[in-house]
Structures are given as structure tokens and as C-alpha cells.
Design a protein around this ligand. Structure first.
Ligand SMILES: Nc1nc2c(ncn2[C@@H]2O[C@H](COP(=O)(O)OP(=O)(O)OP(=O)(O)O)[C@@H](O)[C@H]2O)c(=O)[nH]1
Ligand SMILES: [Mg+2]
Length: 430
């Protein structure tokens, strides 16, 4: 299985490896030209992450997709001509290609033709580090490749010309399919074991009554940098998409001596392959089970609103969109006043910070304490009738969720600020 789990290192010097890419963006009727351009810019970054140079690109306006080749036949000719002219060896589509479309393209162009999803899968494969992430990515890639085994270029080899096209007999193909299916079964079994082990560890951890938060957000927003800045931890922060694939947890000490466990998570991206969302559900469970989410956004990103939307969508798929959430715009040190204003309009109650200069981090910490106070610190009190002043004070400084008069006193369930703990402690029953 080693060949499937690690194919990056040994192929860096492979003469057949693709090196020069021609990108094709697709502008659907519901998209503006600007949006299509942004997606291509993002795809450029993704492709360059694979050490493939982006030589040229084009945007195709698409009214109705052509089932055979996605774009119309005239455009196919045009794109192949342009890719050849620029001496490209790979064409990358921003839009997903069906296995049949991909096959048709490769047959006609004699070039490697891939889509955004495959690029993302390959990046994840390069970055995965823990056993679980490695297995999850391998599984997502296997599932993606199963209907595409007749292609000239597969991420099983990430090179051209391997696995002959057309000349291959049905039996060979059937055999390959069986091998891939067997691997999928084996990967699922291994993953199950690894996840069970992690579940046990988490159950142990959960007994510690320290609140937890997960940092989520679009890739490159500065999630790891923020975690570094607030904890002094040394988490990998790089100007690379998906620098973080495995969750890292650090303990943070907030104002009022409040402890908080913060977990950094993998960045989200538009058009994340569905297989990967599925595959990463387990890893992102950390985010789902945390007490609240810290949603980090890059305030300088042109499509910050899209980033915001994408993250909420992925959170929705993970059933985590209802968790308490703190929205934080990062990189204010590099932002223009217009960008700040735009962000304020987008999320009026958001916080503004810079992980680089440390600006806004104090307010951020205070807000975390407040959020914990809102989600935590709920206690049941029994206050004797002669101490009605305590009941009055709880109404004044805290939040009373339940109140009931009994013979022995007033029973209350409520929350109050950590600073008041000492005052209320003698009356707490649970
Ligand atoms: N100017 C500026 N740059 C920042 C700030 N925070 C992060 N960056 C830069 O943004 C880039 C991405 O930062 P990361 O912390 O790796 O981002 P991330 O969200 O963890 O990215 P992934 O793990 O890839 O999803 C790096 O080049 C950082 O130096 C900030 O406050 N200001
Ligand atoms: Mg990161």
C-alpha cells in the first residue's frame, strides 16, 4: 500500500511528471466575471502548490454544459490549441469533470486533463501527516479514481503515459478495479481502528472540565498564526494552502484565569471534493464537539464573503453550524479602510485582529471568556429564604434560567461571571 500512500517524494524527479499547466475557468450563468476570475486565481494557487507552473489560463462562459466535454467542441479545439502553443502538459479545469468528460478530453488532446477536485486531493495527499489523515486522504483518492481507471494520468502515479489508454483489455481493467476496491475496503477497516482508538482518547480528555474551542475557516485565513499568537505555541504557519491538515490543540489562559483548549483545524476551500468532506468528518469531529467555534477570515481577501459562506456551508455539512461562534477578521495590519468597512457590513458583531502585530488579541481573549461564561458556568443554587439578597444579586449580575420556590429556600439555575464565583459558591448545590 506504500505506493498509494506516498507518491510525492519519489516522483519529484520523474521526467514524466507534469510541469506546465493551462487553466480553464468556467463562468456559469449565475456568476459574475469577477467571481470567475477569483476562482481561477485561487486555482492557480492550488496548482502551484503541487509544484506545477501555471503558464496561461482562460475563462469559458458556459450556458449549458456539454455532456461529452463540458464546453462546446469549438472551445475544446481552442483550448487544446492554446495549451499546445504554451507548451503545456496538463490542462486543469476549475469545474468538476465527469470520468467520461475527462477521458474524452485526454483522448482528444493527448494531454493530461484534471479538475480542481483532483488538485485538492493531491495537495491533501502531500500534506497529510498523522496516520488518520494519511488513511483518509488515501481513501478519498481511491474513491475518486475508481471510475477513472482508464485514464492516461492517474494520481496513483501522478505522471503521464502510464497505464496505457485504449489498448488495455477489459480483463486488465476489471483486475485494476478489483484491486482498488480491495484497497478501499482495507483502508476503511484501518481507519475504523484508528478512529476507535482516537475516540477512546477523546473520551478520556473530555472528563477534564476545560472548555474547548475550534478555530475554523477558509484556507490561508491565518488560523494557525492566530493560534500561535494567542498561545505562543509553535504551530506550522506558512503561506501555503492547507498548511495544516491535522488538528493541533493548545491550552490558552484567558483573563479571569479561565482555561481554554483551542484546536486548529484544516482550512476549508470552495468546491472541496465531497469525498474529502466525508473523509475529514472524523478529524473535524474535534471541531464539532468543541464548545464553540472561532471562525477566522482573511479581511484582505477579495472574496471574503464567499469564504465566509463556504465555511458555513461546510460547517453545515458537519452539523456544526449551530454551535456558538465567534467571527474574527484577521490580517487587519494589511487591510485598507474599505476592506475593514466591508467586513463590518458582512458581520456586524465580528472582532478584528492581527496575528502578526497582536492588535485586537486582548479583546479577542475577553470575548472568549464572555462566550465561555455564556456557554458555561451554569450552576444550580439553593438559597435560603433569609438570603434573598443573593437571589437579587444573581438577577442583577447573572442570568437566571430557572427559579422555583421550595420550603427550604429558592432553587435557581443560572449563569454568572467567573469573578462572582466566590460570592455564589456557598449556595451551589451542583
Ligand atoms: N499580514 C498578515 N499576514 C498574516 C496574518 N496572519 C497570518 N498571516 C499570513 O497568512 C498566511 C497564512 O497563515 P496560516 O496561519 O498558515 O493560515 P491558515 O489559516 O492556518 O492556513 P491553512 O492551515 O493552510 O488552512 C501566512 O503567510 C501568514 O504569515 C496577519 O495578521 N497579518
Ligand atoms: Mg493552518
Amino acid at each position: 500500500m506504500a505506493d498509494f500512500l506516498d507518491n510525492s517524494a519519489q516522483q519529484k524527479d520523474d521526467p514524466l511528471r507534469v510541469e506546465r499547466a493551462y487553466l480553464v475557468g468556467v463562468q456559469n450563468p449565475d456568476m459574475t466575471a469577477g467571481e470567475a476570475e477569483e476562482l481561477v486565481a485561487e486555482l492557480t494557487e492550488l496548482v502551484e502548490n503541487l509544484q506545477i507552473s501555471v503558464v496561461a489560463s482562460t475563462i469559458v462562459k458556459l450556458r449549458a454544459p456539454n455532456p461529452a466535454t463540458l464546453v462546446g467542441s469549438g472551445k475544446v479545439e481552442e483550448i487544446i490549441g492554446a495549451a499546445r502553443l504554451h507548451d503545456c502538459d496538463v490542462v486543469v479545469f476549475d469545474e468538476g469533470l465527469s470520468p467520461a468528460q475527462q477521458r474524452n478530453w485526454e483522448k482528444q488532446s493527448k494531454l493530461t486533463v484534471i479538475d480542481r477536485q483532483e488538485v485538492i486531493l493531491d495537495i491533501f495527499a502531500d500534506r497529510a501527516q498523522t496516520r488518520e489523515a494519511v488513511l483518509q486522504v488515501a481513501l478519498a483518492r481511491m474513491e475518486y479514481s475508481l471510475p477513472r481507471l482508464t485514464r492516461a494520468w492517474t494520481h496513483l502515479s501522478r505522471q503521464r503515459g502510464k497505464g496505457a489508454m485504449g489498448g488495455e483489455g477489459e480483463t486488465q481493467l476489471e483486475q485494476d478495479r478489483r484491486i482498488v476496491r480491495d484497497r478501499i475496503t482495507r483502508l476503511k477497516r484501518e481507519l475504523h481502528e484508528v478512529q476507535q482508538h482516537r475516540g477512546v482518547q477523546r473520551a478520556k480528555r473530555r472528563r477534564v472540565p476545560v472548555p474547548t474551542a475550534a478555530i475554523v475557516g477558509y484556507t490561508n485565513a491565518g488560523k494557525s498564526s492566530l493560534l500561535n499568537a494567542i498561545t505562543g505555541a509553535t504551530v506550522l504557519a506558512e503561506d501555503k494552502l492547507f498548511a495544516t491538515l491535522d488538528p493541533t490543540t493548545r491550552q490558552l489562559l484567558l483573563p479571569g484565569n479561565q482555561k481554554l483548549l483551542v484546536t486548529d483545524t484544516v482550512g476549508f476551500v470552495r468546491r472541496l471534493p465531497h469525498g474529502l468532506v466525508e473523509a475529514f468528518k472524523a478529524t473535524l469531529e474535534e471541531a464539532i464537539v468543541s464548545d464553540f467555534l472561532i471562525h477566522v477570515l482573511d479581511v484582505t481577501a477579495a472574496s471574503v464573503a464567499e469564504h465566509h459562506k463556504t465555511t458555513l456551508e461546510v460547517l453545515g455539512e458537519l452539523d456544526a453550524d449551530e454551535r456558538p461562534r465567534l467571527t474574527v477578521f484577521n490580517k487587519i495590519d494589511a487591510a485598507t479602510p474599505e476592506q475593514i468597512n466591508r467586513a463590518k457590513l458582512l458581520i456586524p458583531d465580528a472582532l478584528f485582529v492581527s496575528a502578526v502585530t497582536g492588535e485586537g488579541l486582548k479583546e479577542f481573549a475577553t470575548h472568549c471568556t464572555d462566550l465561555i461564561r455564556d456557554t458555561f458556568g451554569s450552576a444550580e443554587l439553593l438559597v435560603p429564604h433569609e438570603r434573598y439578597d443573593v437571589v437579587a444579586r444573581l438577577h442583577q449580575v447573572g442570568h437566571v434560567q430557572e427559579e422555583e420556590t421550595l420550603d427550604e429556600g429558592v432553587r435557581l439555575i443560572g449563569r454568572y461571571p467567573p469573578a462572582q464565583h466566590g460570592y455564589f459558591a456557598p449556595f451551589v448545590v451542583s
